[in-house]
Ligand binder design. Structure first.
Ligand code: ADQ
Length: 467
């Protein structure tokens, strides 16, 4: 069997087990099965005049090869091109992009350096799977070293419409480098369609079949592979004795018996201020919810070195204070805002103990929180998911209450609908949603991607691919 080699910006801690989340576990399991290799940045930043060496460590049968970034690389590749340009642009926030020639230059250089560091670690029969927007050109860099292995790329964030992509310096080069892979996977059909539009309208390419595009003299498989979670494991965590204890504590400590929950990294793409405004409107329009309902927003810090993130934090804290000041009382705090990482066991319990999961990003590749909320529910008396139409998950989860995350009044109405929904309707919706997340769980995601990649390897060996 081929060995699997995964490259991603960060390499997960495989000892963390359930704490690290489904994706790390799913990739870790696939890697452990075939004594695989996981390659990426070690999270440290060294001075510019020092040279970074690859460190090798074994963890749970997986080889982890990690490397430091220099300060300049961190500034241009990670903070710059990846997080001040690609992240906002791919989430349709051109207003928040920062453009600087050194960003593109740093991004190219780091991808080249990382590829060069990976090459000596490769074996002839490896399958290579590269992840996310930080590493789009890494495949092309590997090919320039003569690497002919089957190679796949998966984009975890949305692929924007061509009009947006055209505003990203280096867009034509980025798309060309994607044609170095054999399989390019996206979260949703809509992402695939946007990519195909760019290729046909701006790269002189054409569609060969539903799953195949041709451009730059190569044909590649492009398809949606909607990412999921480990549903059974998450459900079990939410129903373990430790979860019962958390829920009992939540109920004891809170005067309001009903909870609405939001869980997101504190990111401007997640629609957090509008969500708070919708909750405020709920208290204004439906006063029966005062002292009866609490909104808990868990939003740990991320990427704090980027200015736009400091801004969103201030806005959120201001709104929370205003709502609590206006409506709160000595025995009721309407909004509970938790600005830190919460252990997964606690998170699972909080989802289960909340009558509404409020997930309203402006844009999201998939959004695993939506799927975690569904998995955590009690099938006999489930809560209701209110979900943004612009989360990738909305393509599958049409039995949620789908809302426009920019429309505060529509979100308020959906919250009230969720809070008053009859049990039989909640159960019907939950059953349908569970079915979808179980069909497309994280193992199905991983296996379907790897099957497509292996298929390309087989085609090549059979001489069918003229690439
Ligand atoms: P994210 O933008 O991070 O992921 P999401 O898919 O919701 O978004 O995943 C967040 C994960 O972090 C969830 O597993 C959640 O439980 C966890 N998490 C969030 N807040 C937490 C907290 N306070 N404490 C502990 N855990 C917390 C990117 C893309 C998404 C895509 C995923 C996977 O932006 O669109 O779904 O990758 O491909």
């Amino acid at each position: 069997m081929s060995r699997l080699v995964v490259a991603s910006n960060r390499v997960a801690d495989l000892e963390a087990g359930a704490r690290s989340g489904g994706l790390a576990v799913a990739l870790g399991d696939a890697l452990a099965e075939g004594q695989g290799l996981w390659f990426g940045w070690d999270g440290t930043v060294i001075e510019d005049d020092r040279s970074a060496q690859v460190s090798i460590a074994e963890q749970r049968g997986v080889t982890k090869a990690t490397i430091a970034l220099t300060r300049r690389e961190h500034d241009t590749y990670y903070l710059g091109y990846s997080n001040k340009l690609l992240w906002p642009a791919f989430h349709y926030r051109l207003d928040l992009t920062e453009i600087a020639p050194r960003f593109l230059d740093g991004y190219r250089r780091v991808n080249r350096r990382l590829a060069g560091a990976l090459v000596p670690l490769l074996r002839p029969d490896d399958l290579i799977w590269i992840h996310d927007y930080h590493l789009i050109p890494m495949g092309a860099e590997l090919r320039s070293h003569g690497i002919v292995h089957p190679m796949g790329f998966f984009l975890h964030i949305p692929f924007p419409s061509p009009d947006i992509l055209l505003a990203v310096p280096g867009h034509d080069w980025l798309v060309r480098t994607l044609f170095s892979y054999d399989v390019v996977g996206f979260q949703t059909r809509s992402d695939v369609a946007q990519f195909a539009r760019y290729v046909e309208e701006h790269a002189g390419g054409r569609r060969l079949s539903r799953d195949r595009l041709e451009a730059f003299g190569r044909s590649i498989v492009t398809r949606e592979f909607p990412i999921g979670i480990d549903v059974a494991a998450f459900h079990a965590t939410a129903h373990a004795p430790a979860a019962d204890a958390h829920i009992a504590r939540l109920e004891r400590r809170s005067m309001a018996g009903v909870h609405i929950i939001g869980v997101d990294r504190l990111d401007y793409t997640k629609g957090l201020p509008e969500r708070l405004k919708a909750f405020r409107r709920l208290l204004e329009l439906y006063p029966e919810n005062r002292k009866a309902v609490t909104f808990m927003q868990i939003a740990p810090p991320t990427r704090e070195e980027v200015y736009a993130y400091a801004e969103i934090r201030q806005e959120l804290e201001g709104l929370t204070g205003a709502i609590n000041g206006e409506f709160g009382d000595y025995d009721w705090t309407p909004v509970r805002y938790v600005h830190r990482i919460v252990p997964r066991e606690t998170l699972a319990a909080l989802y289960r103990g909340s009558k509404v999961g409020f997930v309203t990003p402006f844009r999201d590749g998939m959004n695993l929180v939506a799927k975690e909320y569904i998995a955590a529910q009690d099938a006999d008396d489930p809560g209701v998911l209110v979900l943004s139409r612009f989360a990738g998950a909305a393509e599958e989860l049409d039995q949620a209450l789908i809302v426009n995350p920019y429309d505060v009044d529509e979100m308020t109405a959906a919250l009230q609908h969720a809070l008053t929904m009859r049990k039989y309707e909640r159960r019907d919706r939950h059953r349908a949603l569970m079915k979808r997340i179980m069909q497309n769980d994280v193992n199905a995601w991983r296996e379907s991607f790897l099957a497509a990649l292996r298929g390309c390897g087989d085609r090549r060996q059979g001489g069918m691919n003229a690439n």
